[in-house]
Write a protein that binds this ligand. Structure first.
Ligand SMILES: Nc1ncnc2c1ncn2[C@@H]1O[C@H](COP(=O)(O)OP(=O)(O)OP(=O)(O)O)[C@@H](O)[C@H]1O
Length: 252
């Protein structure tokens, strides 16, 4: 099976400082890749370069045979509205706060060609239910929702079109522990049922344990260890991963 996303020698520098360097991996359809590491290890830099949100300095990112880094801004934006989805840590970065909950979900459907109002509204209702938001609140704006609800709405907005690749940046970050657990459970159900392909950045090993098939451990912008999630977490080879797993390091 050919890779959905193929990354080779990706590098991003901020002046003399390394954001990330020498990152190479293949992501296959239906696979979830977790990226973990302490604060400043380069996780967010890597994710934003992969998703074309900021330009890389070297390397290649190929999605479904297309060179992402060579695309025009318009082509990349189109990809972002259709085949790709991006779940931000802060739901406010991924939602349109002035638009109703139903509008937030429906808008993505319209971007891929849906035109019939009734169909769009019923798809939005169905997705609100799937992410455990009362569909009766479809006409409310997300500003009145709790943090957990906003995050679930952001997930609905991103998944409604059945994207081929989902990027997630700390999807459970910034939420209360009990809310995190529920969201994680919901995400796991969606990932499994939809057979999603995803790249998930997190400092929380519980998130990757539940969601990721494979894991990449980053330190100082470099990938120090990679492998199947259970293998890496149960039998870490690199000293840094051993520290992460034993929770000696405060990650964030
Ligand atoms: N816009 C920027 N300008 C300059 N340096 C940056 C910028 N963004 C990130 N860096 C630097 O690049 C390195 C990697 O940072 P990055 O934010 O990618 O790490 P991270 O693992 O995502 O951390 P966190 O979990 O805190 O978000 C750090 O040394 C950071 O200081």
């Amino acid at each position: 099976m050919s890779a959905l996303l193929s990354v080779r020698g990706l590098e991003k520098r901020y002046g003399a400082r390394i954001g990330c360097t020498g990152v190479s991996f293949d992501l296959h359809p239906g696979e979830v890749m977790g990226i973990v590491g302490e604060s400043g290890s380069g996780k967010s830099t890597l994710l934003s370069c992969l998703a074309g949100l900021q330009p890389a300095d070297a390397g290649t990112v190929v999605f479904d045979g297309r060179d992402v880094l060579a695309m025009t801004e318009a082509e990349r934006r189109r990809l972002g509205r259709t085949d790709w989805a991006f779940v931000h840590q802060n739901p406010r970065d991924g939602l349109r706060m002035a638009v109703s909950a139903g509008g937030n979900v429906g808008e993505r459907l319209m971007a891929v060609g849906a035109r019939h109002y009734g169909t769009i509204r019923s798809a939005a209702e169905e997705w609100l239910e799937r992410v455990e938001i009362d569909p009766a609140r479809i006409d409310e704006r997300p500003g009145g929702f709790s943090g957990g609800m906003q995050q679930r709405l952001q997930i609905a907005r991103n998944l409604v079109t059945g994207p081929r690749l989902v990027f997630m940046d700390e999807p459970t970050g910034g939420l209360d522990v009990s809310v995190q657990a529920r969201l994680l459970d919901l995400l796991r159900g969606l990932v499994r049922r939809m057979g999603l392909s995803a790249v998930i950045v997190t400092h929380d090993l519980a998130v990757v344990r539940l969601l990721a098939d494979r894991l990449m451990v980053m330190k100082g912008g470099h990938v120090v260890e990679t492998g199947l999630t259970d293998q890496v977490l149960d039998d870490p080879q690199h000293a840094y991963t051993q520290l992460l797993v034993s929770s000696v390091l405060q990650v964030g």
